[in-house]
Design a protein around this ligand. Structure first.
Ligand code: SAM
Length: 408
């Protein structure tokens, strides 16, 4: 696939980051795990994809997320959060707030629903994104920015609602390969021409245990009735495992004193994730709206991401003592939260003329965006929504119909 060329300034940053990672690999004896590589290309201060100055989300960036597509997404999320505000503190803690559009939309929508936010806390690892979030909220929800605060670390105790849209997919993963019955960890080394290259080494005990647990849970007909399914994988099998995402859910889950956690992301249950036919895993890179499979291309200038194993996320929530409140597709959840009613209520122009045409164009845009959010071929089915609670009733609106908890 031919990819667009970045400008000279971006290339200088990418080369600087590559140089640092290469030095690290040399110091570590010629190999680092893929999770370490992914962490650096995404989060290296000043140079990593999320930590650098480049535009990431939206038309001028590399990919588009749901809050960027349409304000309907934030409005539907607000309907769910508003229900929970009846049972917990009116506090939102958003992790990885991107451009800040979701925060701005939620602040307004929750106000309009009569359940205003008392405190909207954002935990963001990227300094450049914090600045962008502040600008977006000041522009789109100027009357509400007073309740927004940026935190440097996870609060010790949370009473309220935690949200994370496309957060878990941005957390580093370990890559493994099973070949002829042997489990290896796939990491990164330096090839003779100086470029980054995949390299395997024997898996350590922690990875071995994690892979066995994960694949054992997802044992399906494809693996037969093996007692140790890992070693019965057909042919050469490569995939990845999101241990950091699980640890995050456990940590935040333990900090949640009373309230809910709602996470939206692309992914599936372990059965689908680790299906024998998905033998190359789900790791991909996004560069200027193209999706490809080379994570070593222009370090720091492209997004690198993996899908989420929601079965593992559900187990992590249970380990933290949380109740699983629901799991369903994004389309089902948005419909449950009233997206179709909002579309039906769109006002169309009563008569022709320039202002009428402008309204009609806006309405068509809204319908187009809703179609992308809902369509099975786009975000509707691949994206899932999972929610956990502590001390809440088990009747979350977003999962009223089509709850798939039983499939995890
Ligand atoms: C794919 S972006 C999604 C941004 C935004 N939520 C949206 O939907 O447009 C992932 C975001 O998660 C942030 N992130 C990753 N790990 C994080 C962590 N441990 N704590 C807080 N934010 C994190 C990144 O900096 C980035 O802003």
């Amino acid at each position: 696939m031919s990819l667009p060329s970045p400008d000279a300034q971006a290339l200088v940053l990418s080369r600087a980051l590559s140089q640092r990672i290469a030095e690290d690999i040399a110091q570590q004896g010629g190999w680092i795990g893929f999770d370490a590589f992914m962490h650096r290309v995404l989060y290296e201060p000043g140079l990593g994809y999320y930590a650098g100055p480049m535009r990431k989300f939206g038309a001028q960036g590399d990919f588009v997320t749901a809050p960027e597509l349409s304000p309907l997404f934030a409005q539907c999320l607000a309907v769910q959060v508003s229900q929970w505000f009846g049972q917990t503190e009116p506090v939102v803690v958003e992790f990885g707030a991107g451009s800040g559009r979701l925060a701005a939309g939620m602040l307004d929508a929750l106000h309009e629903l009569g359940t205003p936010v008392r405190s909207y806390l954002i935990v963001e690892v990227s300094a450049s994104l914090r600045e962008r979030q502040r600008e977006t909220i000041a522009q789109l929800a100027p009357d509400r920015i007073g309740v927004v605060q940026w935190l440097d670390a996870l609060p010790a105790q949370i009473d309220g609602v935690v949200i994370g849209n496309e957060l878990l997919d941005a957390m580093p993963v370990r890559v493994f390969e099973i070949d002829a019955g042997v489990l290896h960890e796939v990491g990164v080394s330096i090839a003779e021409d100086g470029s980054f290259a995949w390299a395997v080494r024997k898996a350590d005990r922690a990875l071995s245990e994690a892979v066995k647990d994960t694949l054992g849970e997802s044992l399906n007909d494809g693996f037969g009735e093996a007692t140790d399914p890992v070693f019965r994988m057909p042919g050469r099998y490569r995939s990845e495992i999101g241990l950091q995402g699980r640890a995050w859910v456990e940590t935040v889950g333990r900090a949640l004193h009373h309230g809910a956690i709602l996470l939206i992301d692309y992914g599936f249950s372990a059965r689908e994730y680790y299906h024998p036919q998905r033998d190359q895993g789900t790791l991909v890179a996004h560069f200027r709206h193209r999706v490809h499979t080379d994570p070593f291309y222009l370090p720091g200038l492209q997004d690198v991401t993996a899908h989420v194993d929601f079965s593992a996320i559900a187990r992590a929530g249970a380990a933290a003592g949380l109740d699983l409140l629901g799991y369903t597709s994004q389309s089902r959840w948005l419909i449950n939260c009233g997206l179709l009613d909002r579309l039906a209520a769109l006002t169309l122009p009563a008569q022709a003329g320039d202002p009428g045409v402008a309204v009609a164009i806006e309405a068509a845009r809204t319908v187009g965006a809703a179609q992308t959010l809902l369509s099975e071929a786009e975000m509707g089915e691949l994206f899932k929504v999972i929610a956990f609670g502590r001390g809440l009733t088990d009747d979350a609106l977003g999962f009223g119909r089509g709850d798939r908890r039983g499939t995890l």
